[in-house]
Write a protein that binds this ligand. Sequence first.
Ligand code: NAP
Length: 259
Amino acid sequence: MSTTNVMEKGMEKSDLLKGMVAVVTGSGRGIGKAIATVLATAGAKIVINDINGELSMATAKEFELQGVDAIAAPCNVTNNEQIAQMVETVMNKFGRIDILVNNAGITRDDLFMRMSEEHWQAVIDTNLTSAFKVTQPILKIMSKQRQGRIINIASTTGVHGNAGQVNYAAAKAGLIGFTKTVALEYASRNITSNAVAPGFIDTDMTKALGEDKIKKVVEKIPLGRMGSPQDIAQAVLFFAGPGSYVTGQVLEVSGGLYT
Ligand code: NAP
């Protein structure tokens, strides 16, 4: 399991996001946890969401012990009732939501001809339809606030395709279209919508590929290494804070892969 110190080593604490409440889906571990860490280091209050309740609580506790105003709000991001419960929990505790990071995601890789409809649907549901389901109630809150940042974690696979990942590529490409359309519909309410498209990042998701496959991919990366979850988190921080005049964009964070 990837670990991340709750307050980022070597990163200055700041007040950049002071008073802001950030919901990060799938933040019990991996990239989501790193995003929550970087946003907390910039002063945001943090909502840890994960499908795994115990992991959500344990991660939120880690943040609290470091003095971060954090809560656990576990839910399955494909389930409307659980999402409504999560939003209610956050509003009862913090009374607002300023930043939503749609990060929860899964892979069910196979070549197109062998891809089962079950694996197609699971990835579309978790990686794409979840963003529709989670963002809709939260955009209502952000609209009333006249303030909000939606940041979707897509993938370079959604931009360029990748053999063996037709379900994942379709879901992430869909997420990019979703991002751009929300940007257009909500700009007048001071809500931005952007996507970060990670390349090959060192988490449990990529560890599952095995050493040989990892070595082959790394050989193709111009910067010569896998990305870290923190590399992705820094891009999210830009969209959450300083990048307030940027909307509808996709930032590939991939060490130059596909350049
Ligand atoms: P990860 O280590 O597998 O973490 C994903 C997290 O999402 C886990 O905590 C998982 O919960 C949670 N999750 C899965 N399904 C969920 C659901 N239905 N509801 C709520 N939470 C759920 O993956 P990661 O590498 O950090 O990936 C994070 C995001 O980055 C994903 O959207 C992924 O597609 C994207 N991405 C990753 C890479 C990469 O190279 N790693 C590249 C491009 C894009 P459990 O702990 O219970 O499983």
